[in-house]
Design a binder for this molecule. Structure first.
Ligand SMILES: [Zn+2]
Length: 268
């Protein structure tokens, strides 16, 4: 490759461009989608461009259990109000024409759409085939809307087994939460619990469950307070890129923050 002429180089570049063009216009087959869903999306994560000020702390807000046409929409309105992004861990079974449009809006706003299974079952008791069906079908539903497979997985109920970690080829995400799926707890209490736990590089776990208006209200406290503390809001992908974390395909870490190194160990 050292001694190519300019012309040869140009021709190589053109070929590469044509190849890229072709790849982007061809619709993948079901088999290809399956392979892609299982492929560790490290290159994609690495390609995320992240414009952040390295001197200021970062945080990733995440929302589980959507999409729906009520609470998810209200969360998006709050994100828009404060000009921030978040990541949504979606349940595939919730997808239909109307909720698909909400996912499309989130994606267009710069939010990331991640995987929270198809049926929101306790997957730690499932066979490997059942686990794969849960994540692949959800990833494919997201792909139909955004053109991107999901990059990260949050296990329903954070129920994890060694088989799940071995089978599902995406980094596992947990996060700092406030049990906001439980109707107890006012918006103020939820916000205080989140603000008590924040630190640079943290992943915050909230729920855009239908009817979870207290969490929507809590965002009016959480987001401006974090902004006043200098926090920059990023997607989960951006969080790892910004902290220079290379995600390994066989890591047993269930991440709650970017620099985490503790591995999952099965309790005997
Ligand atoms: Zn959930």
């Amino acid at each position: 490759m050292d001694n190519l002429t300019i012309d040869e180089l140009t021709s190589l570049e053109e070929k590469a461009e044509q190849k890229a063009k072709k790849a982007s216009t061809e619709k993948p087959t079901a088999d290809e989608l399956t392979t892609k869903a299982l492929a560790k999306p490290i290159t994609k994560v690495a390609s995320v461009k992240c414009k952040i000020n390295k001197d200021k702390p970062i945080i990733a807000l995440t929302f589980d259990d959507g999409p729906n046409t009520t609470t998810t929409v209200e969360v998006l309105d709050k994100l828009k109000k404060y000009n921030v992004v978040a990541s949504f861990f979606v349940v595939g079974a919730n997808f239909n024409d109307s909720t698909g449009k909400v996912v499309c809006r989130a994606y267009d706003m710069g939010c990331e759409i991640n995987n929270h299974s198809l049926t929101h079952s306790n997957m730690s008791e499932m066979s490997a085939e059942e686990m794969l069906a849960e994540v692949i079908q959800t990833s494919n539903k997201v792909y139909e809307i955004t053109g991107e497979q999901t990059r990260f997985f949050r296990p329903p109920y954070i129920a994890v087994s060694t088989l799940m970690l071995d089978t599902i080829d995406m980094p596992f995400i947990c996060g700092y939460g406030t049990n906001d799926w439980d109707d107890n707890g006012t918006a103020k209490e939820r916000a205080e619990r989140i603000l008590d736990q924040v630190k640079d590089g943290a992943i915050i776990l909230l729920h855009d469950l239908q009817g979870n208006y207290k969490t929507v209200e809590a965002l009016d406290i959480i987001i401006p307070e974090l902004q006043s503390m200098g926090y920059q809001f990023v997607t989960v992908s951006e969080l790892f890129v910004a902290k220079n974390i290379t995600l390994s395909s066989n890591s047993n870490i269930i991440y709650s923050y970017a620099e985490q190194t503790t591995m999952y160990k099965e309790e005997m």
